[in-house]
Ligand binder design. Structure first.
Ligand SMILES: [Ca+2]
Length: 155
């Protein structure tokens, strides 16, 4: 009886070790072992355990205004507001702004803290719609219906 019980314990220990080793990149050293957490995980204190990094908790605005950050084991993804014109990037870690709007080369002095863009001349409304990044990478100062300011150069 005693032998069976011990064997079971050994088995459990081995199973646990196997899970630990495959999940946490552990390496056997002489008389010891070393665990390095895989990407997206970090060590829990001084233990050999690794826990998921909550990327969304660290930076809730990670996906930008176009989406919501969803934490996953070993990573995160962005749930993008497609209906509003935002698409996930190929790696799913950003929301790309695919909205189209007019590009403004200048911004009028702000009033009551609101940026104002000059009204476009009649007829310019059609055909001249671009994405915000195309606008801001060119000569734009602000973009779109709501006169969203372009980031300062180098941002
Ligand atoms: Ca994560």
């Amino acid at each position: 009886m005693q032998v069976t019980k011990n064997l079971k314990n050994v088995e459990i220990t081995l199973n646990f070790a196997h899970e630990l080793y495959s999940r946490y990149d552990c390496k056997n050293l002489v008389g010891s072992h070393l665990c390095v957490c895989p990407e997206g995980f970090r060590k829990v204190g001084y233990s050999d355990d690794c826990e998921d990094v909550d990327e969304c908790g660290e930076d809730a605005a990670r996906c930008g205004e176009g989406g919501r950050c969803i934490n996953t084991q070993g990573g995160f993804r962005c749930e993008c507001r497609r209906a509003a014109g935002f698409e996930p990037s190929p790696d799913g870690r950003r929301c790309l702004d695919r909205r189209l709007g007019r590009c403004h080369r200048e911004v009028l002095p702000s009033s009551f803290g609101l940026e104002r863009c000059p009204a476009s001349p009649e007829g310019e409304r059609s055909g001249a719609e671009v994405t915000k990044s195309d606008c801001c990478c060119a000569l734009g100062a602000a973009w779109g219906e709501r006169c969203e300011l372009c980031p300062a150069k180098g941002e």
